[in-house]
Design a protein around this ligand. Structure first.
Ligand code: GAP
Length: 552
């Protein structure tokens, strides 16, 4: 009997035709065909295959094998944050800033592989949240802005943490103002409160009549300051968003956990501007409402507990934890994390007394890092706070005319935010795997992998290298390609597996005769032969996930 199975691999669905086979007195099943990645395509292929099969085989049954792991031998490996930092240094992903001087606490440098991975994450984010939407535009603001910015935004008055030292284990750390007197150190010791400190980095601008200002503590203010200019010059109508990715600076009391709490880091965020009367979100679809998540709600925390509830975005909406636009953007954030294999997320609702000065509802998106469940990103309802404040401080009228409602208003704002370093860490933690034989493999999604393919001439010989040179030259027009001529093939595969290169291309004896090469899939170690003239197109489709390796 042949039947179709649906498998979920890294969040995507794939369809296969399987057949039951009797071996002695045992019945097992085996894949007999790959049917594609969408249901319609799978049905068509199935019909074609079945036409050519004998009539006894024509029974079809749908079996949902959701969450069957990728057909590979990879086993996700637990790694501590210190081991990850060591790995990142050894492989050229991330170094301590000013390493030769012993490092500088809270500052980091990205090495050759790190900068590629980091840029790919930022590009993927930009593609998902900006380029694919017609209600979003981008910007890049200066890091230093007029000092009044930070007075109006409330950062000078409110952007403070409380420095504490544990009386028992002597660890210095920070707590939120709302936590004073309510929390103890992880070791159980009481905190000695050392006072409130501003997170803003003060700096001086100018030589003679210098003035004091700050390095930005968040990118958001750039979008508020330029909101009116952007709405006029890009003819955007409400509702629309302005996105930015950029460096931020916070004078953290206790930088720690590798990149997790740095003093210089990158935020990717957008401000989505809405008419205060715009309550319904037409973009909110079933696929958003049905997203399942684990929630630590405000009332549970207020009762001093930490129990998680299994819920959905739809359920959170019906409990009025947030309004529709906030729900829509929270769902889109979760979808992006899922596309990067980051499924280990939990949502934590802020309690009333911990809300930032600008927010009426905030949700942290926490990730299961090696050192605990902590904040990966967030989603805040900033209301009209920032535009109203800047309007007051600057004297500039920040109202815009909304064609739809025919009124002049200061928009309200939903703000999804992402710490890029924290996404980078989560991705590496998740990808760190063992191939089942004790070798490290970084199971990175191909579209963000630092190196997309490595090209190996099997032997160091002119005719092999000529083909390899041409392939590398051609592929480098589009992709970051490694050209590795030395060491055994096994060693070359291992070197690339370790840094997450998804595909390795080998030029062997047959390549000389047949103008083809082998392409090897990192996760399954399966190799296929492909014509050189088709290689670039195949690689492009594999990276963009239009093509599954098994389809080649
Ligand atoms: N505009 C909103 C905002 O700045 P935030 O929660 O203060 O919100 C945004 O910061 C994100 O930046 C956080 O969700 C977190 O991922 C990241 N982040 C915050 N402080 C950080 C630090 N010291 N080092 C690295 N990432 C940090």
């Amino acid at each position: 009997m042949a039947y179709v199975v649906k498998q979920k691999i890294n969040g995507k669905e794939y369809f296969y035709l399987r057949k039951s086979v009797r071996k002695g007195n045992k019945v097992t099943s085996q894949h007999i065909a790959y049917l594609g990645s969408n249901k319609e395509e799978a049905d068509k292929k199935y019909a074609e295959i079945i036409k050519n099969m004998d009539s006894n085989n024509q029974e079809i049954k749908m079996e949902d094998k959701s969450n069957i792991k990728m057909e590979n031998n990879l086993i996700q490996k637990k790694i501590s944050i210190d081991e990850l930092a060591k790995f990142c240094k050894e492989k050229g992903f991330v170094f301590r800033s000013s390493d030769i001087y012993g490092g500088y606490s809270g500052f980091w440098d990205y090495g050759p592989l790190g900068v590629e991975l980091f840029n790919n994450i930022k590009r993927d984010w930009w593609n998902f949240f900006v380029n694919k939407r017609d209600n979003m535009v981008g910007m890049e603001a200066s890091i230093i802005s007029h000092p009044k910015t930070w007075k109006a935004s409330g950062h000078i008055a409110n952007f403070n943490d409380v420095a504490v030292v544990c009386k028992k284990c002597k660890t210095a750390t920070k707590i939120d103002k709302s936590e004073v007197g309510k929390v103890n150190c992880k070791c159980g010791g009481e905190f000695d409160i050392r006072g409130e400190f501003s997170l803003m980095f003060k700096t001086k601008v100018g030589a003679l009549d210098s003035s004091d200002t700050y390095l930005r503590g968040e990118t958001a203010q750039g979008m508020f300051l330029d909101f009116k200019l952007i709405s006029q010059t890009s003819r955007m109508q409400l509702p629309f968003g302005i996105a930015q990715i950029g460096r931020c600076f916070r004078n953290e009391i206790a930088p720690r956990d590798f990149l997790f709490r740095s003093r210089e880091f990158n935020i990717a965020e957008f401000e989505f501007f809405l008419n205060p009367e715009e309550k319904l979100c037409n973009d909110l679809e079933e696929n958003h409402l049905g997203i399942k998540l684990k929630l630590l709600d405000a009332e549970t925390q207020t009762a001093g507990k930490e129990d998680l509830k299994e819920t959905t975005i739809g359920q959170m909406l019906s409990e009025k934890r947030m309004e529709e636009w906030q729900a829509y953007w929270l769902a889109e954030q979760i979808k992006w994390y899922h596309s990067l294999n980051l499924f280990e997320i939990k949502i934590r609702e802020h309690t009333k007394d911990e809300l930032s000065h600008y927010s009426s509802a905030t949700f942290d998106i926490d990730y299961e890092y090696p050192f605990g469940n902590v904040e990966l990103g967030g989603n805040a309802n900033r209301g009209q706070f920032d535009l109203t404040q800047h309007s007051k401080e600057s004297g500039e009228n920040m109202e815009v005319f909304d064609e739809k409602y025919k009124n002049k208003i200061i928009p309200r704002v939903i703000e999804p935010t992402f710490g890029v370093e924290r996404v980078f860490l989560a991705i590496l933690t998740k990808a760190y795997s063992d191939d089942g034989r004790g070798n490290i493999v970084l199971n990175l999604p191909a579209r963000i992998a630092p190196v997309k393919a490595a090209v190996f001439p099997l032997v160091k010989r002119g005719d092999f290298e000529k083909i390899a040179d041409d392939i590398v030259k051609d592929l480098r027009e589009e992709f970051n390609i490694a050209y590795d001529r030395s060491g055994s093939i096994g060693r070359r595969y291992a070197r690339n597996d370790e840094i997450g290169t998804p595909f390795c291309i080998t030029i062997d004896d047959d390549s000389l005769k047949n103008k083809d090469v082998t392409i090897r899939d990192r996760n399954s170690r399966v190799q296929k032969r492909v014509k050189i003239e088709k290689l670039k197109e195949i690689l492009r489709d594999l990276i963009s996930e239009k093509l599954n390796f098994q389809e080649i």
